[in-house]
Design a protein around this ligand. Sequence first.
Ligand SMILES: C[S@@+](CC[C@H](N)C(=O)[O-])C[C@H]1O[C@@H](n2cnc3c(N)ncnc32)[C@H](O)[C@@H]1O
Length: 237
Amino acid sequence: MEASNLFYRDPALYDAVQEDSGSAAACRALIERHRPDAATLADFGCGTGRDLGILAERFGCVGVDIQPGLVDYARRVRPALDIRLGDMRTVRLRRYVDAVVCLGNSLAYVHDNDGISAVFATFAAHALPGTLLVLCSPVSPTVRPEPATATVATPAGPAQVTIGYEWDLRTQIDTMHRRWALPSGDEAHDTIRRRVLFPRELEHYASCAGFEVLDMLNDPNAALTGPIAYTVARYAP
Ligand SMILES: C[S@@+](CC[C@H](N)C(=O)[O-])C[C@H]1O[C@@H](n2cnc3c(N)ncnc32)[C@H](O)[C@@H]1O
């Protein structure tokens, strides 16, 4: 499933297309608001380290990702970062941090309830009382009746990407189908399956792991409307 994601096969394309997502800035603003003295941070599901590279300008950072290709790429292009290969359901870094973050929908790639509980246990295993959790994840499905096409800039030139969604209520998996018309003239298809956790579910997983939810919002200055939200929680076991 993971290998079908074009970005995982071509991490440089991911960096180029996602560069301006603003999630590192939003995450930093939320940490400054709720835990201004935070000095250390762990990013679970850090991918290419694009957010970690920005957050490392302010915090002492460590990142973890499960995809060896992304970790290799991240270490090559961002050699100053401390990036580990690991599964956020099980990894233990043997350290505590002031802020635990999980950005860019990484949690949504864990589909089953036990796995999600295990990820929250990992967050707790790296937290001390007062540690802040900032999580960016889908809280409602993307509702779009017809596929939409957009042009995206890639290192090789403009590509056309057509994106459609399929929602399965029973499993709460939102499937994104992407068709790429690449500058080379080649076509690529990929399928991304993301688990939606509604706000009350997120609250439940957080509180079972000892986190008290402080806020859920679309970005630091926008109330929660979905489909992607920041959840901010404090470890208070
Ligand atoms: C959409 S990417 C987001 C990456 C990064 N947070 C960002 O915003 O650029 C989702 C990431 O989650 C990672 N991931 C998925 N399941 C994981 C797991 N069980 N443990 C660690 N990383 C995981 C993937 O390898 C991928 O890098």
